[in-house]
Design a protein around this ligand. Structure first.
Ligand code: HEM
Length: 410
């Protein structure tokens, strides 16, 4: 039964956290309605409890720029729509507010600076080329399994200097770390989740110990272990920050790579444009990130009663920032559903977030996507979907579990 408070609220006609919307690819219309009619709306009942939806580009940015009112801290809630079960908070720096966030981010971000990135770029290009050399011609294969997953896992191995033979562990941990579907609520799942996370921590602790014994260097794990802000984290904080780096870098880029195939298939003229003018490739990488929006949302928790978009939000309530909707906002992006490699303002997307938490790995993701597009363009091939793709049952990550394709030359 709706409470008095609920009755005064703009109530969303659809629970946009419903995974069916993403599995069936039917999310565009409900979000268009929210943007047009109620940019801030209340969903009183969902598998994750009541939550506010913020649906427009301007309001998503406004919330992100006010971290004192809209907290990311795990102590106040969570950064995704689902609340963590008791005792399983992840106290990492994405789930922190200043000053903890500021100090820890300062340790991590130099590992993604331009000189570090241009070093990584060489290896990314080489790995991508080798992977394409091994893809079958004239045969159906799963793009997710053969391309998106290995390329992004390869990138993580490069980023952490992690042994290639252990890449399957990284993938499994990332899948567990990033899963926010309703199945995660069962006790059985939580027990398995904790076992996987402990195994990940033990493996990374061995790497930290090896780095600690050496003089400080520029690599990510060395920076962490030798820093004041991150050198003495407790086990749960270490676990949480590792999970952040491998989930943050993995599913997001993976699903952009799969989204690229779908976008090029739905808008076939765009590949011709890229072939005619390769200088469009960096913009195409941004456009695919906008178009796919691999992270559908981040969540904040309201720290005081406040008015937003004409609605009265109460202290303690969940506020969901729907990037997937903001990136389709027609007041910013003309014909927003169209994948357009020449879109002049593609970079204004908020798929990487905005403000103090804006993605630290953005440049690395861009390098990977540019490299992938260069490979497709340079080889003169098309990636032709064979039947329908299977989509991720998640209200948080927007992507694919399987995508049967064939490589077509010409
Ligand atoms: C933060 C998206 C790739 C690491 C974020 C946020 C989003 C995001 C939405 C939160 C922003 C906010 O709350 O305002 C993406 C997308 C990617 C991508 C769409 C690929 C297309 C990467 C990569 C890495 C990475 C390759 C590195 C391995 C992180 C980290 C944060 C973050 C560590 C936390 C930053 C902070 O809280 O200050 N990302 N990401 N991401 N991302 Fe990414």
């Amino acid at each position: 039964m709706a409470s008095v408070v609920d009755e005064a609220r703009a109530v969303s006609p659809v629970d946009v956290s419903d995974i069916a919307l993403y599995v069936e690819d039917k999310w565009r219309e409900p979000f268009a309605k929210l943007r047009a009619e109620m940019p801030v709306s209340w969903c009183p009942d969902s598998p994750y409890g009541g939550y506010w939806s913020v649906a427009t580009h301007a309001l998503v940015q406004a919330v992100e720029l006010d971290p004192a009112t809209f907290s990311s801290s795990w102590e106040n809630g969570n950064i995704v729509i689902a609340d963590p079960p008791p005792q399983s908070n992840l106290p990492n720096f994405i789930a922190a507010d200043p000053p903890v966030h500021t100090a820890q981010r300062r340790v991590i971000s130099p590992a993604f600076n331009p000189s570090q990135m241009s070093e990584r770029e060489k290896v990314v290009k080489q790995r991508t080329r080798e992977l394409f050399d091994g893809l079958p011609l004239g045969e159906t294969f799963d793009w997710v399994e053969r391309v998106s997953v290995p390329l992004t896992i390869g990138m993580l191995c490069i980023l952490f200097d992690f042994p290639w033979e252990e890449r399957h562990d990284l993938k499994r941990w990332s899948d567990y770390g990033g899963n926010v579907s309703p199945e995660t609520a069962t006790e059985e799942y939580r027990a398995e989740w904790m076992a996987q996370m402990q195994a990940m921590l033990a493996r990374f602790d061995a790497e930290f110990a090896a780095r600690k014994a050496l003089p400080p260097s520029d690599d990510l794990l060395s920076r962490m272990v030798h820093s004041e802000a991150m050198g003495n984290l407790n086990p749960m904080e270490r676990l949480a920050n590792i999970a952040l780096l491998i989930v943050g870098g993995n599913d997001t880029t993976r699903n952009s790579m799969s989204g690229l195939v779908e976008a090029l298939h739905r808008f076939p003229g765009e590949l011709d444009r890229l072939r005619a003018d390769a200088s469009l490739i960096p913009n195409a990488a941004q456009e695919i990130i906008r178009w796919q929006s691999p992270v559908t949302h981040m969540r904040r928790t309201c720290m005081r009663d406040i008015e937003l978009g004409g609605q009265a939000l109460r202290k303690g309530e969940k506020v969901i920032l729907w990037y997937i909707s903001a990136n389709r906002d027609e007041s910013v992006f003309a014909d927003a559903d169209v994948f357009d490699v020449r879109r002049e303002n593609a970079r204004r997307h908020v798929a990487f977030g905005h403000g103090i938490h804006r993605c630290v790995g953005a440049r690395l993701a861009e390098i990977q996507l540019c490299t992938l597009i260069e490979e497709i363009v340079g080889r003169g091939i098309r990636i032709a979907p064979q039947g329908s793709a299977e989509r991720l049952p998640s209200p948080f990550l927007h992507g694919f579990t399987h995508m049967p394709v064939r490589i077509v030359v010409g």
